[in-house]
Each structure stands twice: as C-alpha cells, then as structure tokens.
Design a protein around this ligand. Structure first.
Ligand code: GLA
Ligand code: ZN
Length: 669
C-alpha cells in the first residue's frame, strides 16, 4: 500500500454541497468556513449525475470551480466516489443495476443505496466514474483524499436478484470445494435440506426460518460484496492518485457490515456520529464504544466524517444539541483518537429528504450559535494539535468484537433480550465509569499486549480462537467470558461439547444446563467475601459447576442453589473469569470490573463521577487527559494536581470544576 504523507495539522471542516446553492453564495460560504478555522470539506459523494450527466460524458467544471473558490480560502477537499446514488439515466437504461428485494421485486429508483453490488453494469459504471474522477483530480492541489461511496451497506439492504444468487453459489463453491462438505458444514441433513448441486442453493431470505449456516454465510457474502466493490474503486484510486489518502465513512456500531474487512483496504477509517437520539448516559457510552471500534479497525486514529451539527432527522427531528453539546460530542471523539472532524452538514438544505437534518447553518444561511460553537472547537483543536500530533489511545484492556457472534445472535438470540452489542456495553460502561480506556479488536487480533480481555457473548468459538485465548491466559492475561460463550462452530452448528467447550481448561467450569428466565422473572445472587453484595439477575442463567474454579458469587433461587454465578480460575500465569448471569444492576458489573482490574494490575489515573468520561491520548512527546462532562449539571472531578489544563491555561489543583457539557484537557506530560 502506498504511504500517505504524515498528517501535519488537525483537519476540521464540514460536509459541503456546493451543487445545492447558487454559485454567488460559494465565496460567502468559503469565507465563513475560513473564519471558523475550517480547513477541510468533503464534497461530491452524491453528485454522480452532476459529474456524468449522460453515460460516458463527464462534467467536472462545477466541481473544479467549487474547489477553486474553497482553495482560495485555504480549504482542502476530500472527494467522495459518488456511487451511493445512481443517476436516473442508469436505472432507466440498465434496470438490473437496481437491487431486487426479498419478494423478487426490483427497487424503485428515487432513494439511495439501492444498487445491486453484483451487477456487472453497476460495477463497470462505478469503475468508470472512479477512473474519470481520479484522472481529473490527481494533480488538483485542493484534493487531499477520497471517501469511497457513502456508508456501505447503508439501510442494511441486501439484493436478492439472480446474479446475486449465482455469485453466492460461486462464493460457496470456492469456500467449500464440494457440495458434500457444504451439506456437512450447514447441517443440511436437517429437514432433508441436502443439496446435490450448487445451483440448487437458494438465498436464505428469512433469517428466522432458513438454515442457520446458510444465514451466516449469506451475511458474510453480502458484506463481502460491499468490500469487493470498494476494492475495485481503491485499486483505481491507488493507481492514479498515489499521493491521496483513501477512507470510508463507516456507521459505528452498524451491524450488517464486517467493518474490519472493509477497513483493510483503507489508509484510515472514518465514521459518522450522531449521538442525539436517545438518552444519556447510554448515548455517550455507545459513541465511545463505536469510536474505540473504529480505532480498532486499523489500530490507528480515525476521522469523524459526519459529526452532529444540529437537530437530526428526515421526517421528525431529534433534539437540538444543547449549548456546549456540539463541542462535547466532538471532544469525546478527539479523546478516543479522532484526527479529523467534519460536521454534517454545512448548511441545512431546502430541498430533498434531508430538509430537517440540520447543519451548522440553518436554511437561512446565517452563521449563528451552532456555527460559533464549531468555530470554537476548530480553533481549540488547532491550538492543541502540536501536543496531539502522534498521540493515540494506548490501552491495557481489549474487547473482542466478533461479527460472527454478532450475526448468529441476530438470527437466533437464544433468549429474549439477548443482543451482542448490549452484552459488550454492560462491561464497557463499567470500565468507562472506572476511568479506564479500552481497545476494541477483532477475534483474530494479537492479544499479547493486553492485561485484560473482555470476550462477552463469544457465541461462535472456532478451535483456533479458543487455542489463542488459552495461550493468552497461560501467558498471564486475565480473560472475562460470559453467557453463551462457545455455543457455536464457525459454520453455525452447535458444538457437540459440554459448555464452555474448548475454553473449559481456562475457565475451570462445566455448564451442563442453562435456561432462559421468563419475562419479568428476577432472582438474586449473593457474592462471596471477595465480591460482597446481593445482585438481581434476569433473562438467562448458566448452571455453572466450578471444577478447578473458585465461586465468587452463588445463586439463591432454590433450583440454582448448587450453582455458581461468577467464577475465577487460575490458569498457568493468568486467570479465566466466567459470569453465567445477566444482571440488571450496574453495580454488579462495576464490582466485577473492579476485581478484574485489580487482578490485571490496572489502576485508573482518574475515577470520574457519573456522566463524566475520561480518556487518555499519549505519544512520544505528550500525554493528554481528557475530562468530558456529558451532563447538564456541573461536576467536580478529582484529577492529578499541578498539571496544565490546556484550554484554560490554568494549573490544576486536585479538584477540577466542569461546567455543564464542560471539557478539560490536562497535560500529564
Ligand atoms: C448519513 C449519510 C449522510 C446523511 C445523513 C443524514 O450519515 O451519510 O449522507 O444522509 O446520514 O441522513
Ligand atoms: Zn443483485
């Protein structure tokens, strides 16, 4: 992969659509951007028809002019390959480029993200527009990089057309080699679903009824068609624009796309962050988890390609970010490793579906409160850059994020309320409240640098992964597993082993039975001396028998009395923990997390009060502690004293007062 020049400054700016506004306005916009301290825009990701109004006829004049107007104010651009929306002429001329829905009907043109990724016509036309743009912009001084398409797999729609089916069959043939092996891996003997030929294979349209192995492979395939489509564009861009970076705006915790796979071809990952729907503190935790996942994709800092700039929504809009909140939301991402910050969007559009998805400027184009707040952030970021440069989050703790486990629990939850991401968030929240940063890594990642690894709900457990987890603990690591660990094979068959299967040696337990707890049923568990307290449990329970493990909490319900709820097992130099319950109490996860941190020898620098988040970025030359108040109340935080708080320029005493939505950046070194 060609190297991309080292980032020399903080990139801050907006998603901008000059094609929505009269040319006479462009200069005003560019000047206002410059005044705000913006230096970067993303352009053109939905402008295919403007650039190719007729097949093979390209028109870049308008975009050249826009780049020139922006360039005059010192603003650089990231260009989007415009393949998220096909021109009307394309759908008309090549109807097979439109995706086919489950019922066999073709999508009606007029929305976006409605193409088929196996359509030869679509792939060819995508290559051509990418090539035309790459050739045209390779030497344009204003262009610094590319965003491929927009939010791959957006809408989560897959295509069910006959080309997709034929390609799926071919993909399976390459994977399994012979049909007997596919029959075996899918367990196709069940209900007499054995295949004799590849061409008999159907698309599993109903993931709650079709064969679970078929559903998993179908998800892998559908994700891969996006990855392959991107790879075609990347190949062209790399060849013609070796000096430009390539990224993509992922959707954080979006479930259908294997983001690790998609990010492989990128220089760095980006994501779109809109934490204004829902309630605090849950919102801030899931945005932080998403940030750590996006950083984990390439183990590298990332960009925010779309950041909340105002009330968001298509039909109805969410709340207007409170004064200070645009800044808080931005700083949270900076604190987790964002090196680029682009607000969506510059000015609220007067036309189209996103009339109510508000930008920094309103419909009237006036630069008011939200603009001022973003400008303040931009200016602060530029001031901080010399200390931020080269820093990232360095963590002793990792979460395993496994798309196979995520997907199979979408088709078969196991029990009501089970959700893969929720099971990560329970632990992530507890860790974040304890003031400790985490990395989020794939199940294939090297774990040796971590002292503590959380692997919640690791439903799919191939032997190779179990072996690596064993080796990790043997070498001194602390591993936390919980409910439904090791249930499935890589092809989504149930293992024919007593749970927790291949992890039994490291966890030192046996689970002969388990059960869902009916809705609203709650039981309690009692901690032993090391984990004092009584905690409520619900939803599900593993009947855990400790073998070599020590029980740290036990059940009180009469039918569970002989079983453990929490166990710890010493295994070679490390320890394997198992939590066979789901608790309603945050205090439970906090208590277990404290013990895990102690076992792993990890001490937080700051223990933040509720709704305050801390995160540390560090590098060769500096170590910065971010303290972020996500609430509308003032907060007092105990921090290291006699350190410089960079935003105020004041030295810390041992307590820090944060205003509502207040932020502090403390230079630890
Ligand atoms: C996504 C897209 C943007 C815009 C926003 C708001 O994040 O990438 O183009 O549509 O949603 O709907
Ligand atoms: Zn298709």
């Amino acid at each position: 992969m060609p190297t991309v020049a080292q980032q020399t400054h903080m990139h801050v700016g907006v998603d901008y659509y000059p094609e929505h506004w009269p040319r006479a306005r462009w200069e005003t916009d560019a000047k206002l951007m410059k005044k705000a301290g913006f230096n970067t825009v993303r352009l053109a990701e939905f402008a295919w028809v403007k650039m190719e109004p007729e097949e093979g006829k390209y028109d870049f004049e308008w975009l050249d002019d826009a780049l020139a107007v922006l360039g005059k104010q010192g603003i650089s651009a990231i260009l989007g390959t415009p393949t998220a929306v096909m021109p009307a002429w394309m759908a008309h001329k090549y109807p097979e480029t439109l995706l086919t829905n489950k019922g066999g009907d073709r999508a009606v043109w007029g929305v976006r993200k409605n193409n088929c990724f196996t359509s030869g016509a679509y792939r060819l036309l995508s290559d051509r527009i990418t090539l035309a743009m790459a050739e045209h912009y390779r030497d344009n001084k204003s262009v610094i990089g590319w965003q491929t398409d927009n939010e791959f797999h957006g809408g989560g729609q897959a295509c069910y057309c006959h080309t997709c089916r034929a390609e799926f069959q071919e993909w399976l043939r390459k994977k399994y080699g012979d049909i007997a092996s596919l029959n075996q891996q899918w367990g196709a003997h069940f209900w007499g679903h054995l295949y004799r030929e590849w061409s008999e294979i159907q698309l599993p349209v109903d993931t709650s009824g079709h064969n679970p192995g078929a559903c998993l492979d179908w998800h892998r395939f559908a994700s891969w068609t996006n990855v392959r489509f991107q790879a075609d564009q990347v190949r062209i861009l790399r060849q013609h624009c070796p000096k430009h970076f390539i990224t993509h705006n992922l959707m954080g915790l979006f479930k259908e796309l294997d983001s690790f796979d998609l990010a492989k071809d990128l220089d760095f990952a980006s994501w779109d962050n809109y934490p204004v729907w829902g309630d605090q503190p849950e919102l801030s935790h899931s945005s932080a988890l998403a940030a750590d996942l996006i950083r984990g994709l390439k183990k590298k800092n990332f960009w925010i390609m779309e950041q909340t700039a105002g009330p968001c929504g298509w039909g109805t809009f969410a709340r207007n970010p409170r004064p200070g909140e645009i800044r808080t939301v931005s700083y949270q991402q900076l604190a987790h490793g964002a090196d680029g910050q682009i607000w969506f969007r510059w000015r609220t559009c007067t036309a189209g579906r996103e009339q109510y998805w508000h930008g920094l400027l309103g419909h009237d184009g006036k630069a008011l409160r939200r603009y001022d707040e973003a400008a303040q952030v931009a200016k602060e970021y530029h001031r901080l850059w010399p200390l931020l440069e080269g820093t990232t989050v360095k963590s002793d703790v990792a979460f395993i994020y496994d798309y196979d486990s995520l997907w199979v629990t979408m088709f078969q939850k196991s029990f009501n309320g089970n959700d893969y991401q929720a099971s990560l968030l329970r632990w992530y929240k507890a860790l974040s409240r304890a003031g400790v940063n985490a990395d989020v890594v794939s199940s294939g990642a090297d774990l040796s640098s971590y002292r503590l690894v959380f692997a919640p709900n690791l439903h799919v457990l191939p032997d190779a992964l179990a072996t690596r987890l064993l080796a990790y603990v043997a070498a001194g690591g602390v591993l936390l597993c919980d409910c439904r660990t090791g249930v499935k094979t890589e092809s989504n068959l149930c293992w024919d082993r007593t749970l927790p299967g291949a992890l039994a040696p490291v966890l030192g337990i046996e689970i002969e039975e388990y059960g869902a707890l009916d809705n609203n049923q709650e039981f309690s568990i009692e901690g032993e001396s090391e984990l004092p307290g009584s905690f409520n449990i619900h939803q599900y329970v593993d009947y855990v028998t400790p073998k070599s493990a020590q029980a740290l909490a036990r059940h009180t319900a009469w039918f569970l009395e002989s079983f453990a709820a929490v166990t710890r097992n010493a295994y070679k130099k490390g320890s394997g923990w198992y939590v066979g319950v789901i608790s309603k109490d945050d205090a439970f996860y906090a208590a277990v997390t404290e013990k895990l941190l102690a076992d792993a020898g990890i001490k937080p620098v700051v223990r933040p009060p509720p709704e305050v988040e801390v995160s540390i970025r560090q590098g060769k030359n500096s170590k910065l502690l971010f303290v972020i108040n996500h609430s509308e109340n003032k907060k007092t935080v105990k921090v290291p004293k006699a350190k410089l708080e960079l935003l105020s320029g004041v030295m810390t005493t041992d307590t820090l007062e944060l205003d509502r939505f207040g932020v502090a950046v403390i230079q630890l070194r």
